[in-house]
Write a protein that binds this ligand. Sequence first.
Ligand SMILES: NC(=O)c1ccc[n+]([C@@H]2O[C@H](COP(=O)([O-])OP(=O)(O)OC[C@H]3O[C@@H](n4cnc5c(N)ncnc54)[C@H](OP(=O)(O)O)[C@@H]3O)[C@@H](O)[C@H]2O)c1
Length: 252
Amino acid sequence: MWKLENKKALVTGGSKGIGKATVIEFLELGAEVLFTARNEKEVYSLETELRKNGYKVTGLVADSAKSKDIEKIKDWIEENWKSLDILVNNAGINIRKKANDYSEEEFRKVLEINLIAPFEISRKLYPFLKNSEKASIINVASSAATQDVGTGTPYAMSKAGLLQQSRSLAVEWAADNIRVNSVSPWFTKTPLTEGYLHNEEKMRSILERTPLNRVAEAKEISSIISFLAMDKSSFIMGQNIIADGGMSITAL
Ligand SMILES: NC(=O)c1ccc[n+]([C@@H]2O[C@H](COP(=O)([O-])OP(=O)(O)OC[C@H]3O[C@@H](n4cnc5c(N)ncnc54)[C@H](OP(=O)(O)O)[C@@H]3O)[C@@H](O)[C@H]2O)c1
């Protein structure tokens, strides 16, 4: 029963980090997967590697923040699947600065990719999600959505907005049997955080705040995404699952 057989899934930002771990776990659980990212070389090398293992997987070069690329994703699903069971809005970026140091272009870019794009992708793919008997959207938010964790304000704003986007869409689309939930990781070992986690002082302060005394592996986040994608989680709706090694429950 803990399977994703006969499910068709789209994972945005699937070439690296949490997205890549999700693509692999979905395939291992029996799903057919379409994933996106901007770097062509990385998309096709992952697609080739996974296809060698016999998986039904397609990589599409698409920037979540570009309307024409969202149309490309839509066209691919229309031509190949006609329905979509799982949408993981995972693609995200950060530019870490003090509020007054951002250019308008920089902070708008963070909001565009992390907040606006998931809304636009969910809306554009809604007809396919509606065609699924039971669909599930999982938005990848962050601990930064609910606490100040030094990520910079635009990132925190984008992830806080994403949580409410998930809740509001969950209510609106419940009648269509489309569940919408979020996952909020704390520091996780991925290319996004590589530089930051290599800084000894920063790592020490993260560990001091984290009762489990370590950061997460990408697989520890993809397993939650997989659970929310399964019919096994069919009564979980509009929720945010926090995976933070206990960080948010410590008062000292
Ligand atoms: N790692 C953490 O500690 C952590 C903590 C909390 C939340 N998160 C969230 O988890 C998600 C994944 O993060 P990660 O750490 O796995 O990041 P990552 O290692 O940088 O991977 C991000 C993925 O998204 C793709 N991507 C970025 N911008 C894109 C765009 N505009 N369109 C399409 N694809 C795009 C990247 O490929 P290209 O660059 O080739 O496009 C890559 O495949 C993000 O939403 C992030 O905010 C991460």
